[in-house]
Design a protein around this ligand. Sequence first.
Ligand code: IPE
Ligand code: IPE
Ligand code: MG
Length: 224
Amino acid sequence: MNFKHIPAHVAIIMDGNGRWAKKRGQPRSYGHYRGGRNLFKVATIANELGIKKLSLFAFSTENWKRPQAEIDYLFQIPIEFYEKQKDKFKTMGYQIVFSGRRDRLPKKLLDVMVEIEKTTSSFRGFVLNICVDYGSYDELITAFNQLTPPITIADLENHLMIKEPVDLLIRTSGEQRLSNFLLWQASYAEFYFTKIHWPSFGKRQLKMAIRSYQKRQRRYGGLA
Ligand code: IPE
Ligand code: IPE
Ligand code: MG
């Protein structure tokens, strides 16, 4: 791996928690628990490798279609994690932000998100961006509605929740689709798909994805 050519903005669709659990004869909730734990592990590795921003898809605007019990559990995980490891965030060393709608989440979860953002807001360097109740249709429609035509690309980008273009987009668990994640920002992203389920995705896989990225030639419509 070439440490001088690390993608600045990496995005991951953390898919396959359910399948990971099923394979082990466990309930889907256990997969989500292990997936949640893995989120911080992978963020630490991304920071060490020199990635500047890591955007992780945690809950989509479409995931409300899931059974209420699963949704409740998904929202419970960060709350419990925060209550048990509050002090960890004070020494985290990097900034954590959340992207997505804030008008439909339970208050307890919102409070924890705001606390985490506040606690880590003075850290500089690496940014961990966790996308909760995020969907690109929602993000783009909201931005358009805030603007008056004629608008420019720069105007629109100023109103997006996530402003940096994605360099490398990874999806775990075998599916090869965007599922409404970062439609605008991933316009010129390099894609990397792996069959590994999210709870098993670690340093080895992240390095493999970066190595693959480093072999590609980004042309942006021009010539090599
Ligand atoms: C990803 O794992 C986590 C969320 C979408 C919240 P899934 O829950 O989608 O796991 P699979 O795809 O059913 O295996
Ligand atoms: C995408 O995974 C959303 C997250 C990882 C949070 P899904 O499992 O919801 O996507 P689909 O339904 O397979 O497209
Ligand atoms: Mg899935």
